[in-house]
Design a protein around this ligand. Structure first.
Ligand code: G3P
Ligand code: CA
Length: 286
């Protein structure tokens, strides 16, 4: 006899911790992801870039942000030098020597100060799963943003195909497909992922189109060229009518980055499928 264990289904409303829980812990770090688990998120949102030695590193910027990064010699990174501290041009061993938590972040005054570093994607998954199992917490998904947008810092980033190859290799080793979302503002990696998944070469994870422009959802979907599982706009760009139009096509709508309780309530009333927030603690009992 074969015994099968049903995976718990995903909750109806997907509460996603943005960069873990940036409002409360240093963004995109292991302490932030563990705290987000304690706060009951159903998905961990995070960003990835690639180091010079091909490692998938969890980081929003492809450089050391002067707002909160400290050099290995203890001196804070200054605005001028952050341009020279490009993660795509550093090995992960070098990247790991920088502290990105002890000084806090002036934009998020409630953030706890903790000495910590930019982790690898594989390490985040390992630590989260260990913590979750030890505390018997519910299963979570991972919403992984491929940060491959064009910018002055990204000149040395790998092509979308190489970027995606590296990410999917980590995922294949560590997570079942149903617990993964790949998101990007850059449609090139999303298109690449879709093609590879259709060909059976990549895991068939959910794909999310991130949007920050004033074009209609229809126009953005047209540009993407296929129906994504999720449409994720900046929350102020959304209307109840857009939510309806997207959901009529069986596309889930999950806006970012919703930090005020009144906005959370309004969006929930409009019927969004989830929200991405820096403050999962503010979403309780929505
Ligand atoms: O997941 C959506 C959100 O994270 C996009 O904005 O700039 O915080 O990555 P950003
Ligand atoms: Ca993001």
């Amino acid at each position: 006899t074969v015994t099968t264990f049903a995976q718990p289904s995903r909750p109806a409303f997907d509460l996603q911790g943005h960069r873990g829980c940036r409002g409360l812990m240093p963004e995109n770090t292991i302490p932030a992801f563990l705290k987000a688990l304690d706060l009951g998120v159903s998905t961990l949102e995070l960003d990835v870039v690639i180091s010079k030695d091909g490692q998938v590193v969890v980081s929003h910027e492809p450089y050391f942000n002067a707002d909160f990064s400290i050099r290995p010699d203890g001196r804070p990174v200054d605005k001028k030098e952050q341009k020279n501290l490009v993660l795509y041009q550093m090995t992960y061993a070098d990247i790991k020597r920088y502290d990105v938590g002890s000084n806090g972040n002036p934009k998020y005054p409630k953030q706890q100060r903790v000495k910590t570093y930019k982790p690898l994607l594989s390490e985040v998954i390992e630590q989260v799963e260990m913590y979750r199992n030890a505390k018997n917490l519910p299963i979570v998904s991972y919403n992984i943003e491929i940060k491959s947008d064009a910018s002055e810092y990204n000149k040395s980033q790998p092509e979308p195909a190489v970027f995606c190859d590296l990410v999917q290799a980590v995922l294949k080793q560590h997570l079942p497909t149903e617990r993964v979302v790949i998101q990007s503002f850059d449609f090139a990696p999303l298109k690449h992922w879709k093609l590879q998944a259709n060909a059976g070469k990549y895991p068939s994870v959910r794909l999310a189109a991130l949007v920050e422009n004033l074009r209609s959802p229809e126009k953005n979907l047209d540009e993407l060229g296929f129906k994504p599982d999720i449409y994720s706009p900046y929350y102020r760009l959304l209307s109840q009518n857009k939510v309806k139009r997207l959901q009529e096509q069986s596309i889930k709508v999950i806006p970012w980055t919703v930090n005020q309780r009144n906005d959370m309530s309004r969006l929930k009333k409009w019927g969004v499928d989830g929200i991405i927030t820096d403050y999962p603690d503010r979403a309780s009992g929505l």
